[in-house]
Structure formats: C-alpha cells, structure tokens
Design a protein around this ligand. Structure first.
Ligand code: ADP
Length: 247
C-alpha cells in the first residue's frame, strides 16, 4: 500500500495546561477530498498549524508521504509540497488575479525580477499563471482588480495562489467562510475538480457542503478525533449528531 500523503501519530499541543489538540491520528490519502469538522474551539485551525509546522507539537509526529517531517520548519514543509489557505483574506486588493498569480509563481521559482520588470505577457510564467487561473475558473477575471471581485472569486484566487507552489497537499481553512451561499457550491465544485493527485483537507462548517463534497470526514471535538469515516458513516453516527445538536 502506498504511504498516506499526510499522516499524524499521537499529535498534540498544549498552551500552558490547556490541551488544544491531543492524541490526533489523522491520515490523508493521495487524492483525498477530506473534511475536518467540529464545533468552534475544537482545535481545527490549531491542528492545521501543527500540520504546516507553524506550531511545534508538544507530542506526536507528522509524516508526509511516509517521511517524518515533525522537525522541519513550515518553509521546508511547504517546499516539499504542503500548501495552505487561511480563514481570512490575505490578497492585495489593488493587484489583478493575473499579477497576483505571476507574483506567486515568481516567488516559487526565485524570479523576483519578473515582478517589477515590464510585463512580458508571453513568458512561461504568464502562460502558467493563465492556465492556473483557468483551472480555478478565474480566467475571465484575470485582469480585474482583486477589490472588484465577488468574495467567492477572491477565495478562489487564494486557492490559486496556494496552487502556484505546485503542492501535493492542500490544506484549506474554511475556504467558503464569508462566501454567499449561492457562490459556495461553485467554489467547492472547483476544489473538487483540482488535479486528482492533490490531496485536499478542508475545514468547513456548512454541513451541506461537507456532505456534498467530502469523500471522508474527520470529526474533531475538544482537541481529539471523535470519529472518522465516509459521509454515510459520519451521518449516522449518534455521537456526531449529539455534538452538533448539543451546540
Ligand atoms: P477551531 O479552529 O476548531 O475553532 P482553534 O484551533 O482555533 O479551534 O482553537 C482551539 C482552542 O485552542 C481554542 O480554545 C483556542 O482559544 C486555543 N488556542 C489556539 N491557539 C492558541 C494559542 N496560540 N494560545 C493559547 N490558546 C490557543
């Protein structure tokens, strides 16, 4: 069997005496579309910060493709193919999607100079940026300033910027947060259609979206994995219902 794209063993972190995440065993298969759900304060974002290397764990290990990366910095993990997006918008409002993606690709390839040189729209960087925007269904908006884009499109651009690093693993922290309901389904359709060899783990609160798009679901409660399974398994698990009804 091939190694999981991303795996944790007994992963945990404490802030003082508070165990924000503890004993987490998580496995993300190659090509996964996996949801991480749980009530507010369950430790979902903290877990993502442990996976990316922003936080150092108090206990446990993180493996990428079977290799222990626990001691590696966030930067080194990113260079090995781990990318993430944030709950809050981190875009430059005055840039266009095209120039934003060109900047991200230039950074990845250490081509800082491309950014301030007169725009050469025929370069490979521009071709790659346009292809990426097409994949995220943003090609028609490539030259519109970010500030003028619908919020759902801005969130898609954030995913495009993460994709510019050519990740193997993509961690999305509430990609649909703040996006109107009529746009969020479309946003998840684009996520669903990302290349099949990219493993995606997403935090999402909207259960309709979770059950429509996740192939597997991990449920985090008070820093621990309560259960994990297919949407059908999670949907009929009385413990999960209790957690959500009790909110
Ligand atoms: P979720 O994403 O599931 O809503 P979080 O991961 O944001 O939950 O937070 C889990 C718990 O850990 C919360 O009680 C939060 O206050 C706490 N926490 C997160 N980061 C820190 C930190 N740097 N210092 C202290 N407590 C933290």
């Amino acid at each position: 069997m091939s190694a999981a794209a991303l795996q944790t063993h007994g992963l945990g972190i404490s802030f003082g005496a508070f165990h924000a995440v503890s004993g987490v065993n998580l496995s993300l298969e190659p090509g996964a579309r996996q949801a991480l759900i749980g009530p507010n304060g369950a430790g979902k974002t903290t877990l993502i910060n442990l996976l990316t290397g922003i936080y150092k764990p108090s206990a446990g290990r993180v493996l990428m493709n079977g290799e222990d990366v626990t001691a590696l910095s966030a930067d080194r993990r990113a260079r090995r193919g781990l990318a993430r997006t944030f709950q809050i918008n981190t875009l430059f409002p005055s840039l266009t999607p095209l120039s934003s993606v060109v900047l991200a690709i230039s950074e990845r390839d250490g081509l800082g100079a491309v950014w301030w040189r007169p725009l050469k729209r025929h370069t490979a960087v521009y071709d790659e940026a346009r292809e990426l925007l097409g994949r995220l269904k943003l090609d028609a908006l490539a030259d519109v300033p970010v500030a003028e884009l619908a919020y759902g499109k801005q969130r898609l651009l954030e995913i495009a910027l993460a994709m510019a690093a050519k990740p193997r693993i993509l961690l999305l922290d509430e990609p649909a947060a703040g996006v109107p309901e009529d746009e969020s389904g479309e946003l998840f359709e684009v996520i669903d259609a990302l290349p099949a060899d990219i493993s995606v783990l997403f935090i999402e609160h909207d259960m309709k979206l979770v059950f429509r798009f996740a192939r597997r679901i991990s449920v985090l409660v008070t820093g621990q994995v309560l259960t994990e399974g297919t949407p059908a398994e999670i949907g009929r698990d009385p413990r999960v219902r209790e957690v959500y009804l009790g909110q």
